[in-house]
Design a protein around this ligand. Structure first.
Ligand SMILES: Nc1ncnc2c1ncn2[C@@H]1O[C@H](COP(=O)(O)OP(=O)(O)OP(=O)(O)O)[C@@H](O)[C@H]1O
Length: 901
């Protein structure tokens, strides 16, 4: 479960997939109870397009013979005697009609008053002798009896009995027609399809039926060309209709029954041939009866008319295609996936914008594909699922961010624990190496004293050397592991710093707003000040920024300008302390030509250069009193005289001033004019020094290192955790400027990708920890032991790093620490914890020092235990600890005597 959560929290793609699938499933469930609304909305674009598109020309091979008022006046208003259609069919057949469709169900007999069996016989004879007539089979089952293309081998059809029922969608609109209806021996072709096949002269055994399509081989077109064609059907064998015109009979070529009858009466063979020869003729002779179907245009139509639209679609071969359910589902998932990914990838307003943009793009593609390529893309499901995913993913983004942070902290803790364990292992390995080296030294010393056992001693020394090499390799491996863990921890820290939002939402927002202005801070007081700055910037109020050097006064002054409506106009920064007194007026207010020697041309002063913009009067507290009065005038009414000018100049400038002096004190001590002070004191921002906001050190340092990493020379450069701690402990008198300079130097000097404490070169300014704890009363410092201890603490008792920073070899540092440990043990009455804590200074280093101390003392005890007297033991210790500074050997002596005493 834990693993799955971690995987989910860390993998944006996984989150996107889960969100997309969940949203699609949810949307399916939500729409399930409302199929009618769903269908109406889903097909709204298609229906609208069918209604509004420019009307395609009717197919020239399709003629509708319709029953109008004049025909009814002539032949009666109700059902007609079937001898009339019999006559029309024979006439049309004789005129060369390729196929004829009639709307009379021949299965049902005529009523006796309309000719009865005689009329039926006449019509049957006409139909049979024409051989190309299709008519509706009488069926009691209305509606949707279409069948999916089955595995039943294709049957042979002849024109004749056909089905005319359209397919109704759940919203009762007829948008499709099946090509076949019924099953098995009851199966009939749709009348429109039957007529098309007759028109193409396709024997029905040439019709191949497959899932999703019907293919017709050897179709013959007017003019003699032959070929095959494939009709795209849906899974249930239905063809989406491409309706002709306004979906009324008038959309086709038409002639009335009366007109046709008259042509036949007149035996106008030429006119008849023009109308019928080679064409399909639809005879609509029946009075309007129910049921009438609703078409996408909203018009009602008889089933025969719907068949005419099917025939029109087949003859024009202008198919409208739709996706299979699986394709629709995949498309919906793909859209949701892209929306979810964008929202998760950019968890701010950009994600929402891009997500919404993708949705709108999809809708646009859907409309273009329908109207230009005649593909119907799904609409309701993708839109609702994408909207669901947009909202749900935004919420998930927030939850995941919090969870990710919690996991990161958990991981960090784990890595920290590993680091502690590896550090301890390193200390152990260092000690092993050191002890072996001492043993080797001692063995070598022993060799010179007893020449008789020289061979044995040499062998022992060689063995020791091998052991040392092995121990050193292990130490190196442990050190590498530690470096790796430190790097890992470092990157986690960076991630936490970068991603951890501030607890307070308003402050978090302010923190983000600071970023683009170059201001990096997480400090609550600074952020509150930035909020005031933002408000003040919109007005023209004079802003006075105070604070120690390097706290960011100029940065804030620039922010005032950039957040004000004057942002596009100039920002002129003037260092008041740097202007020479003689040129003060000329620099600030400008001069006219010839006003003094060297004034060769007219020149604008800073105030004029800042016209409509902002003038930043830096170091205003350093202004001389006489200059203060000159400045006061311009601050009062924005008017001044150029040097040598007789007319005043007026400017429109926003004034921002800064100083690191206490102007209030200046007023009371008389070196700053009170009236000028009050003039400047519009909005006062006092920037706290860095020591009062240590929480700003990590983000400032991170940002500086991140900027450096953009440079190819420093790719992947990082700050070690230890270096970061050192930075936080440092007193930064020069505030942010000094911190940044220190880091820039460290970046330039660092040898590898990790900036270490040593790279910071902070030795001249020891950390408060060292400074505060450096004076260990037990250790007089004639030989610099305090300084060495300070350096050891600075490098967290890492011998190698300390030695490197001091420019010594490691064993010298080891001997110093060993001596210090023995001395501390003596002073603490052999209380190891007390001694270790006196040396560690910082509680976080206690464990490391304790381990070292225990090892050193243990080794001493191991050395002396085999002896029976202190003198004998000391003799051996002299040899074994010969590199220990003499002053520390005294402590060894004391410890040995205490042991035997
Ligand atoms: N909050 C901050 N975020 C990022 N950079 C900062 C911040 N504060 C100061 N700096 C940087 O520190 C340096 C000094 O800042 P700035 O010149 O604004 O300080 P100042 O108070 O005007 O100094 P001085 O009083 O010496 O003129 C600049 O490089 C500035 O970009």
């Amino acid at each position: 479960m834990q693993i799955a959560t971690r995987l989910f929290v860390r993998n944006v793609w996984l989150q996107a997939v889960v969100m997309a699938l969940a949203s699609v499933a949810l949307t399916e469930i939500l729409w399930a109870p409302a199929p009618v609304t769903y269908h109406a909305l889903e097909w709204a674009p298609y229906d609208t397009w069918m209604r509004l598109r420019s009307q395609p020309a009717p197919d020239s091979h399709l003629l509708l013979v319709i029953r109008d008022q004049a025909s009814e006046q002539q032949f009666g208003a109700g059902m007609w005697d079937r001898s009339l259609p019999a006559r029309l069919i024979t006439g049309l057949h004789d005129a060369g009609a390729a196929a004829i469709g009639v709307d009379i169900p021949l299965d049902l007999p005529s009523p006796p008053n309309l000719g009865g069996a005689v009329s039926d016989a006449l019509l049957t004879e006409a139909v049979t002798s024409a051989g190309t007539v299709s008519y509706p089979a009488f069926s009691t089952a209305p509606g949707e009896q279409e069948t999916a293309p089955s595995a039943v081998p294709p049957r042979s059809f002849t024109p004749g009995r056909s089905a005319i029922q359209p397919v109704l969608d759940p919203d009762r609109i007829a948008r499709r027609a099946g090509l076949f209806h019924g099953t098995g021996t009851d199966e009939l072709p749709a009348l429109g399809f039957s007529l098309a096949a007759t028109f193409w002269q396709v024997p029905f055994d040439q019709v191949e039926r497959r899932t999703g399509q019907v293919r017709v081989q050897n179709a013959r077109w007017p003019g003699g060309a032959t070929g095959s064609l494939t009709m795209p059907l849906d899974r249930r064998g239905r063809l989406l209709l491409n309706f002709a015109g306004q979906q009324r009979p008038a959309a086709f070529h038409t002639i009335t029954v009366l007109e046709l009858s008259r042509l036949l009466d007149r035996k106008d063979n030429e006119a008849l041939s023009t109308l019928a020869n080679g064409n399909v003729v639809f005879l609509l002779t029946q009075p309007r009866t129910q049921p009438e179907r609703t078409l996408p245009s909203g018009d009602d139509a008889s089933d025969m008319l719907t068949q005419a639209h099917l025939l029109h679609t087949l003859l024009t071969q202008d198919w409208i295609r739709e996706l299979s359910p699986m394709q629709r589902l995949l498309l919906t998932i793909a859209l949701c996936l892209s929306v979810a990914w964008m929202v998760l990838r950019w968890p701010d307003w950009r994600g929402l914008l891009l997500g919404t943009g993708s949705l709108l793009l999809y809708l646009a593609i859907g409309l273009v594909s329908l109207t230009k390529a005649h593909w119907v893309l799904p609409f309701v499901m993708p839109v609702t699922a994408a909207l669901t995913v947009l909202v749900a993913t935004s919420l998930l983004g927030q939850i995941v961010a919090t969870r990710r942070l919690a996991l990161l902290e958990q991981d960090m803790l784990q890595v920290q624990q590993n680091l502690v364990a590896v550090r301890e292992a390193l200390i152990y390995r260092e000690t092993v190496v050191e002890s072996l080296e001492e043993d080797l030294e001692s063995a070598r010393a022993g060799m010179s004293h007893s020449a008789s056992r020289e061979a044995e001693s040499t062998k022992f020394a060689a063995e020791l050397q091998l052991k040392i090499a092995d121990a050193q390799a292990q130490e190196e491996a442990t050190r590498q592991r530690m470096d790796e863990l430190e790097r890992q921890l470092q990157s986690m820290r960076a991630a936490t710093i970068a991603s951890a939002p501030l607890g307070n939402a308003e402050q978090e927002l302010l923190r983000r707003e600071c970023g683009p202005l170059g201001i990096i801070t997480r400090n609550a007081a600074m952020l509150t000040m930035f909020r005031d700055l933002k408000k003040g910037a919109r007005t023209t109020v004079t802003v006075l920024i105070t604070g120690e050097p390097g706290t960011g006064k100029e940065l804030f002054a620039r922010a005032v300008h950039r957040l004000s409506p004057r942002a596009p106009k100039p920002f002129i920064a003037v260092n008041m302390a740097a202007i020479s007194p003689e040129l003060f007026e000329s620099e600030l207010f400008g001069h006219v030509r010839g006003s003094f020697t060297g004034a060769l041309t007219d020149r604008k002063g800073y105030f004029e250069l800042a016209h409509h913009g902002t003038i930043f009067l830096d170091e205003i507290g350093d202004l001389r009193l006489d200059h203060q009065s000159k400045l006061l005038r311009v601050l009062q009414d924005r008017t001044f005289y150029r040097v040598g000018a007789t007319t005043p100049t007026t400017v429109d400038v926003r004034i921002v001033a800064a100083t690191n002096k206490d102007l209030q004190r200046g007023v009371s001590e008389g070196w700053f004019r009170e009236d000028l002070y009050f003039r400047l004191k519009g909005l006062v921002l006092h920037l706290p020094p860095l020591r009062d906001r240590p929480d700003d050190i990590p983000p400032l340092a991170e940002s500086c290192v991140r900027d450096a990493a953009k440079h190819p020379a420093h790719t992947n450069i990082r700050l070690s955790e230890e270096a970061m701690t050192t930075l936080q402990q440092q007193v930064w008198k020069g505030n942010v400027r000094e911190l940044l300079q220190c880091l820039e130097q460290a970046i330039a000097l660092s040898d590898g990708p990790i900036i270490t404490t040593a790279d910071l070169r902070l030795s001249r300014q020891p950390s408060p920890t060292v400074a505060a704890t450096g004076a260990i009363p037990l250790l007089p410092d004639p030989a610099g032991d305090v300084a060495v201890l300070g350096r050891l603490r600075q490098h967290r008792f890492d011998m190698q790093a300390t030695a490197k920073s001091l420019g010594w070899d490691r064993s010298t540092v080891t001997q110093r620490l060993k001596g210090l440990c023995f001395q501390a043990l003596v002073e603490s009455g052999r209380d190891q914890t007390k001694a270790a804590s006196a040396l560690a200074g910082d509680p976080s280093l206690l464990r490391t020092v304790e381990l070292k101390l225990m090892d050193y003392y243990g080794h001493l005890l191991d050395t002396i235990t085999p002896f029976t007297t202190a003198e004998e033991a000391l003799l051996d210790c002299k040899r074994r600890f010969k590199n220990l500074p003499e002053r520390h050997f005294k402590s060894v002596e004391t410890l040995v005597r205490q042991h035997f005493g």
